[in-house]
Ligand binder design. Structure first.
Ligand code: NAD
Length: 255
């Protein structure tokens, strides 16, 4: 039960972040969402759980805007108790052709933003003696795929950062862990399915081939399932889960 707690989920207007925001609100937490798109619709659907919902539109590639967002949460909600670092983007290209600007954007949004939100959220968590930091990494934080140099580097970095934060908070009521999802059918993955359709595959074949290449279960992980794992990590039973990189990947990294 997270009644009275306030959670910030970065990149939560879509996909996995939105699924986790729903589960946190259902557990009684006030939730601040972040990201782009139809904000009124997202805030409206989350408010149905009956807790207080806010939004901040910080661009996660901008440290100044991240600082404004953390200050907003602490000012308007009184505390930031649960930080879910979820915002992330993808770009697929061979290393020699990888656009330098995309490399910089992926490192900033997928990795450096975790450093910035965490360094700004920790003082308040330490003061209150309790906190939960859940970083949405990826199977690509554990193993690589060709064409995803920036994403794989950033996600391996997130797992390393998670371990360091866990050590620096080890004697406190603050825990920090990473979740490593396999394929989840969100806009981020649909782009990669669309690329296969453009190359000539039927929609069914494109989905099947994408899964078959990496995910032995041949089924997508869902945002709802990831929400349940996030809730577990936020609970008392997970107080000694520290610095973990916990996969939910249909067997991807068992191979
Ligand atoms: P998505 O594209 O559905 O959602 C991304 C969210 O981030 C959106 O709310 C978007 O508005 C927001 N966002 C994008 N750029 C931003 C920026 N600069 N500042 C603030 N917000 C920004 O993506 P998703 O698939 O739900 O991915 C969420 C996280 O899960 C990412 O970190 C991704 O790497 C990770 N992940 C996804 C999968 C998958 O299969 N979909 C697998 C493993 C890990």
């Amino acid at each position: 039960n997270l009644t009275g707690k306030t959670a910030l989920v970065t990149g939560s207007t879509s996909g996995i972040g939105l699924g986790i925001a729903h589960r946190l609100a259902a557990a009684g937490a006030n939730v601040v969402v972040n990201g782009f798109g139809d904000i009124d619709a997202v805030v409206g659907e989350l408010a149905a759980h009956g807790t207080r919902i806010g939004h901040h539109g910080a661009d996660m590639s901008r440290p100044d805007q991240i600082a404004e967002m953390i200050a907003y949460v602490e000012r308007e909600f009184g505390a930031l108790d649960i930080l879910v670092n979820n915002a992330g983007i993808q770009h697929v290209a061979a290393l020699e052709e990888f656009p330098v600007e995309r490399w910089d954007a992926i490192i900033a949004i997928n990795l450096s933003s975790v450093f910035h939100t965490t360094r700004l959220a920790l003082p308040g968590m330490r003061k209150r003696g309790w906190g939960r930091i859940v970083n949405i990494a990826s199977t690509h934080g554990l193993v690589a795929s060709a064409g995803k140099s920036a994403y794989v580097a950033a996600k391996h970095g997130v797992i390393g950062l998670t371990k360091t934060i866990a050590l620096e908070t080890a004697t406190t009521g603050i825990t920090c862990n990473a979740i490593c999802p396999g394929w989840v059918l969100t806009p981020l993955v649909q782009q990669q399915i669309d690329a296969r359709i453009k190359a000539g595959a039927s929609p069914e074949q494109a989905r099947h081939d994408l899964l078959a290449e990496k995910q032995p279960s041949l089924e997508f992980v869902t945002p709802e399932q990831l929400g349940e794992l996030a809730i577990f990590l936020c609970g008392d039973a997970a107080a000694q889960v520290r610095g973990a990189a916990w996969n939910m990947d249909g067997g991807w990294t068992a191979q």
